[in-house]
Design a protein around this ligand. Structure first.
Ligand code: PXL
Length: 275
């Protein structure tokens, strides 16, 4: 196995099982070295907690990136998640170009779910995120994020033609490949669409009755880990989906675990799926 070092850029939500506290352990479990660039530090995530603290780290990013460049540090891939500000999105584009000129750029436009933007974001952030998605080799949105990025109406019931319109809108932004999560064509089932080089494929799996916050981050992190382990996009998308389902299933067995998904007890399943 070739040893690889990647960079992930997203926030630290100190409590709440999302963003960096999920990405770092999952990518490490995949056998990939994971450097981090925190976009912000929050006491908790913003979905369900109130009164959280936020320290935006936008001003620290150029100095960190310049130091890495001076030390000749580069990365085999860059994976971005929740970013702290619109200004940061432009800085990330520079990091793509300067610190990862060759490897895949994976953008999870973590900004919305269930038809709504997360509280910290506005239309200006969405516009900047469109530009970043245009520079990505893979974007990993859910349907809500795809709607904000393409200007297409959000629907909870849809057919293949609606999904195709989202895929065309997303690739029109300039991103090469799309991994679209949470696509459900049949009651009781959901799945992930892999749109790679214009080819559509779909992996369908069980839809569990409970849903958890942070599963988008778990999914994208496992996808990145599997991709960097040399899996093709479809296999990486499938491995990440099976792992995320296991996380949701085990979370349902915990009392009062509303703030995130218990991804740790089933990390072994992810490791096994990669071997
Ligand atoms: O899971 C995405 C996410 C990441 N980081 C922060 C969030 C959210 C979703 O709400 O609030 C701070």
């Amino acid at each position: 196995m070739t040893y690889k070092k990647i960079l992930t850029i997203q926030d630290i939500s100190c409590v709440g099982q999302c963003s960096l506290t999920v990405a770092l352990p999952i990518i490490s479990a995949c056998g990939i070295e994971c450097a981090i660039l925190p976009s912000a530090v929050l006491s908790t995530h913003t979905a369900g907690f109130t009164g959280f603290t936020v320290r935006d780290l936008t001003q620290d990013i150029p100095g960190i990136a310049a130091h890495w460049a001076k030390e000749n540090i580069s990365f085999a891939a860059v994976y971005t998640g929740y970013l702290g500000s619109t200004q940061q999105i432009d800085m990330v584009a520079d990091i793509f170009a300067n610190l990862c000129p060759e490897g895949p750029k994976i953008v999870d436009p973590a900004m919305a779910d269930n038809g709504k933007l997360y509280p910290a974001f506005d239309a200006e952030y969405v516009e900047a995120m469109k530009t970043l998605c245009g520079k990505a080799d893979f974007v990993v949105p859910n349907i809500t994020e795809s709607c904000f990025l393409t200007g297409i109406e959000y629907k909870t019931e849809y057919d293949r033609a609606y999904i195709d319109s989202l895929l065309s809108g997303l690739t029109a932004l300039g991103c090469k490949n799309v991994i679209l999560t949470g696509v459900s064509y049949t009651p009781g089932k959901t799945g992930v669409v892999v749109f790679e080089n214009g080819q559509y494929s779909y992996y369908e799996h069980e839809m569990l009755p409970n849903s958890c916050h942070g599963t988008g981050d778990i999914y994208a992190s496992a996808f990145v880990g599997a991709l960097m382990r040399g899996k093709n996009a479809y296999d990486a998308a499938k491995i990440a989906a099976d792992y995320t389902v296991s996380c949701i299933r085990i979370t349902a067995q915990q009392d009062n675990h509303w703030y995130g998904a218990a991804f740790e007890p089933v990390l072994g399943q992810l490791i096994e799926a990669l071997n």
